[in-house]
Design a binder for this molecule. Structure first.
Ligand code: GDD
Ligand code: MG
Length: 334
């Protein structure tokens, strides 16, 4: 079976990190997000992935020039202009000549979902498309999906106002689709699967969904990009992975606690790093503190400076010695 992976968004919620690197090329514990997503698909029998690209496609094409990623064959569909989620699916399906049942995934979702079980449920329902659902504390930032006892979707409500969601089971961003879904996608203009196509399918009674308790995170915000990685080093997804890269340098008199320190990053004597993610080549000078924050590639935290409160430092940003940065994005703005 083949899968379309949507990776063409601008990643605005992860700015400034995504000013340079598209969201799904950002590392998750030393490995680009896309490799973890494609590796998961490959582990569930997907033998070809169509990457649906828009924003900064070269980052993907340069990294996987032999058209293979995580052991899975890759094809690329590059949109000339953003087509939104449904338009992107239609464009990628046409480019790749998809003519059979296929899978679609949002490329920023990390999950241990049993994809085979979703496909089996889809077939048993005779659905035109089947969505995997996951349960969350705050459904308002997702697509909210009430279902009946048979799994038929009763409504699809994208990002309802806080407190108004009819259920806390939400669209997990993995779909099994029949080819006929493509006939519902408007041609030649952007179109949203969540706001246009799924509601139309609900009205026609052909959209189903299955609830899953499997591990799931959308790593598209600073908080979830951080937590997706801490979950991996804590062992919430099987064997814990090592947070400190082999070629990172951590002084014996530094404290690194519950954090990811990526390739070529360095933590100097007396510095403390807690609950944080430090991207490749970032530098933490002596006696600095970094807590619950994300340092972009090559960022520098000066001697004795303090960075905290889910701050996000962009590529190469320098925090002066002794400065305090709290709950900030640097540089701020677009
Ligand atoms: N190719 C292409 N073109 N990809 C796009 C475009 C586009 O115009 N717009 C967005 N994408 C990609 C993004 O890169 C991402 O991988 C995926 O589509 C979903 O976009 P997000 O921007 O991450 O959406 P979201 O997180 O707010 O909401 C979506 O995901 C939730 C689950 O994580 C929706 O599908 C929700 O219903 C869902 O609950
Ligand atoms: Mg997302």
């Amino acid at each position: 079976m083949r899968a379309i992976v949507l990776v063409g968004g601008f990643g605005t919620r992860l700015r400034p990190l995504t000013n340079v690197t598209p969201k799904q090329m950002l590392p998750i514990v030393h490995v680009p997000m896309i490799e973890r997503v494609v590796g998961w698909l490959g582990g569930h029998g997907i033998d070809e992935v169509v990457l649906s690209l828009g924003y900064r496609p070269d980052a993907f094409l340069d990294r996987y020039p032999d058209d293979e990623c995580g052991g899975v064959r890759m094809r690329y569909a590059v949109e000339p202009d953003p087509l939104d989620t449904a338009g992107a699916i239609g464009f990628a399906a046409a480019q790749a000549g998809l003519d059979d049942t296929f899978v679609v995934v949002n490329g920023d979702v990390l999950t241990d979902l049993d994809l085979g079980a979703l496909v089996a449920f889809h077939r048993s329902c005779g659905a035109e498309a089947t969505i995997s659902l996951t349960q969350v504390d705050d459904p308002s930032r997702y697509g909210v999906v009430p279902i009946d006892d048979s799994g038929r979707v009763e409504a699809f409500v994208e990002k309802p106002p806080p407190g108004e969601a009819p259920t806390d089971w939400i669209n997990g961003g993995t779909y099994v689709c029949e080819r006929s879904i493509l006939d519902r996608i408007p041609q030649g203009r952007p179109a949203s699967i969540e706001r246009e196509v799924f509601p139309e399918m609900v009205a026609a009674g052909v959209l189903y969904a299955q609830r899953s308790p499997a591990y799931w995170v959308d790593a598209g915000t600073p908080a979830t990009y951080l937590h997706a990685q801490l979950d991996i080093i804590e062992g919430r997804r099987g064997e814990p992975e090592d947070g400190v890269a082999p070629d990172a340098s951590v002084d014996p008199d530094a404290v690194v606690d519950h954090s990811v320190i990526m390739s070529r990053a360095s933590v100097a004597s007396g510095a403390v790093v807690r609950d944080s993610v430090v991207l490749p080549g970032a530098v933490i000078m002596p006696n600095a503190r970094v807590e619950g924050s994300i340092l972009g590639p090559g960022a520098v935290v000066g001697q004795g400076a303090v960075v905290g409160g889910l701050s996000v430092l962009g590529n190469g940003i320098e925090v002066p010695a002794g400065a305090a940065v709290d709950a900030a994005r640097l540089p701020d703005g677009d």
